[in-house]
Design a protein around this ligand. Structure first.
Ligand code: HEM
Length: 202
């Protein structure tokens, strides 16, 4: 762990490279879908990328939860350092999930858009679309320009984690329901703890 902390820029570059590869995969999948090839593979990759995005979501909120609960560990320090890259990777992989499963079949393969989608899918949209604002503001330029608004915009994650929980829980009860439910609870409880501490100390 100490080695990784010491070589944080290598880790950050590795995540950035994987993010670029994700966008290249999205491009390739767009071409394949328009040609009607490898559809089963695209769908399976879409399912797996949903799970990877969910795991990255948990990792990116863990430093905030730990900071509010005053919990310190080398792993948390590392996650704190690469948090921005993790958030960007999370949105990119989540977009791969959405485009493979829904968007590309509609725009490139003529699959009709379902105007009354299942409720769990509506919560998927409610998770992904607001995260776009976090994605485009996860850079130094946005931090400087938005000033105090940057923190406000990034508070979207407090709601998004619950939207993601409902996206997954309303499909079927499984391991991801437990994992995301636990993280959503930890996020909310850590916020209550933080504000309770703040109000008693002031
Ligand atoms: C527009 C947004 C979204 C749509 C339309 C969408 C759609 C879907 C669909 C249709 C499934 C079921 C796949 C199947 O089993 O056949 C699914 C599963 C899943 N989605 Fe999404 N999703 C969206 C956003 C997200 C986001 C933002 C995340 C994570 C950050 C996510 C994570 C997952 C996970 C973990 C599963 C369960 C996969 C499994 O257990 O196999 N989704 N999604």
């Amino acid at each position: 762990m100490q080695f990784l902390i010491g070589n944080k820029s290598i880790l950050a570059k590795l995540i950035t490279t994987l993010t670029i590869l994700t966008w290249l995969t999205i491009l390739v999948f767009a071409i394949w879908t328009s040609r009607g090839i490898n559809t089963a593979f695209i769908y399976e990759t879409g399912e797996i990328s949903g799970q990877i995005a969910a795991a990255l979501f948990c990792l990116s909120i863990l430093p905030g939860i730990s900071r509010r609960l005053k919990f310190k560990a080398p792993m948390v320090t590392l996650l704190m350092i690469i948090r921005r890259q993790l958030g960007i990777a999370m949105f990119s992989v989540a977009f791969l999930h959405y485009s493979s499963i829904r968007l590309f079949p509609i725009i490139f393969a003529g699959v009709p858009m379902n105007l009354s989608p299942p409720v769990f899918e509506i919560f998927g949209v409610l998770t992904l679309f607001p995260l776009f604002f976090l994605f485009i503001t996860s850079n130094n330029f946005a931090v400087k320009s938005l000033k105090s608004w940057w923190g406000r915009v990034h508070k979207i994650v407090y709601i998004s984690i619950w939207a993601l929980f409902l996206h997954i829980a309303l499909q079927e009860f499984g391991i991801w329901t437990i994992v995301i439910g636990t993280f959503a609870l930890m996020e909310t409880l850590s916020l209550f703890y933080y504000y309770a501490q703040k109000s008693t100390s002031s």
